[in-house]
Write a protein that binds this ligand. Structure first.
Ligand SMILES: Cc1ncc(COP(=O)(O)O)c(C=O)c1O
Length: 383
């Protein structure tokens, strides 16, 4: 049975060229970039080259790039770093109900542990927030707005520059989780107007355990990870050099291939949506599409209409998996029990519909025949 991987928003397979680029840094190039001898200097040069290349890719300065252990740490750094800087001064954060848990759990911790108050912006059924609600939520105590650039379950893209425009000159910092947008949509951090932006290596055919926090020059933030003086004394800990070598290659590949990646996702998405509409028009609801809306090309979230289709939430994913098709469900296994996705609940679904929803996420290595197999698999399961 050939395996069909349609879960690229969870993680992307490592591009073989990335793996190749990492090997010397797992082997003979073992130096610590903080060491002044030759082995250390070699690692340091590669580290700084990566910083330069990534900065150029996202439209920032090299001095604004901080390597972290992933998107989760980058989100923690931005949010806790801002909160610690503002302790005793300001105590209000605005975020959305559909952020990744790396944002939601972090603000919840700050709320319970430090009494920070949090406003969660609501969204419509496609995951779009209302800028007027955001504007009305700002108070004199607000120090941070954290809104993701694109949502990992629905693929909806937020208008971050308009948010930046709304809070311009207020002194409020703007953080955006850009983990899912990197390599999937063109943007420049400078143009979006964010102060902080989070990225992750394993969503762009690079290694896991490597992320970046962009910190715009002069944006106030405290240190979050204490230890050595790495990353210009803002993030302690020896940098993950093999992963950074892989990330460097992944960025070089995006420079050369991002346009064709996006084009491919566009074509596969159109085929997928056309097939879904023709084969299951009365049975499914497409969450990731709206006339005039902006969505990532690689994510398609669908829910089964409970009025026309009865699906067992506990077996849908298993049945697809048994056919060798890997997608993601609208539920997450937390402490052994299956919980409906907070994102699907936030856009208005009940528990059962949320749990029978699936996310299909496309990537560089998918083909049209993967879509055909998925449609065939779904037809068999539904019938
Ligand atoms: C939107 C979003 N933010 C943050 C993360 C966490 O990134 P990492 O897995 O690198 O910690 C993910 C990963 O799924 C994500 O999709």
């Amino acid at each position: 049975m050939s395996l069909i991987y349609l879960d690229n928003a969870a993680t992307t397979p490592i591009d073989p060229r990335v793996k190749e680029a990492m090997l010397p840094w797992i082997g003979e190039n073992y130096g610590n970039p903080s060491s002044v001898h030759e082995a250390g200097r070699k690692a340091k040069v590669m580290l700084e080259d990566t910083r330069d290349e990534f900065a150029a890719f996202i439209g920032s300065r090299s001095s604004e790039i901080y390597f972290t252990s992933g998107g989760t740490e980058a989100n923690n750094f931005a949010i806790k770093g801002s909160a610690f800087y503002n302790l005793g001064k300001k105590d209000h954060i605005i975020t959305t109900a559909i952020e990744h848990s790396a944002v939601l759990d972090t603000v919840e911790y700050l709320k319970t542990r430090f009494g920070i108050s949090v406003t969660y912006l609501k969204t419509n059924k496609h995951g779009e927030i209302d800028l007027n609600e955001l504007k009305d939520s700002v108070t004199d105590s607000t120090f941070l707005v954290s809104v993701m650039h694109s949502n990992n379950e629905l693929g909806v893209i937020n208008d971050i520059s308009s948010i930046a425009g709304l809070i311009k000159d207020t002194g409020i910092m703007l953080h955006s989780d850009m983990v899912q947008s990197l390599g999937k949509v063109k943007f420049s951090v400078e143009e979006t107007g964010v102060n902080f932006a989070s990225f992750s290596g394993h969503k762009i055919y690079g290694p896991k355990g490597l992320g970046v926090l962009y910190i715009k020059k002069d944006s106030p933030i405290d240190k979050f990870m204490h230890g050595g003086k790495q990353e210009r004394d803002r993030r302690g800990g020896t940098e993950n050099i093999p992963a950074i070598a892989g990330f460097k290659k992944a960025i070089e590949l995006l420079n050369a291939e991002m346009d064709s990646d996006i084009e491919k996702a566009y074509e596969l998405r159109h085929k997928l949506l056309a097939e879904l509409n023709s084969q299951f028009s009365d049975k499914i609801i497409v969450n990731s599409a709206k006339e005039g809306g902006t969505f990532l090309q690689n994510i398609v979230s669908i829910s089964f209409d409970p009025k026309t289709t009865k699906i067992d939430p506990d077996t849908l994913l298993i049945k697809l998996d048994m056919k060798g098709i890997m997608v993601s469900s609208g539920s997450a296994c937390t402490s052994g029990s299956v919980q409906p996705s907070h994102v699907l609940k936030a856009i208005g679904y009940d528990d059962i519909t949320a749990r029978t929803s699936i996310r299909i996420s496309l990537g560089r290595f998918n083909t049209e025949s993967d879509i055909d197999s998925l449609i065939k698999g779904l037809k068999e399961i539904i019938s």
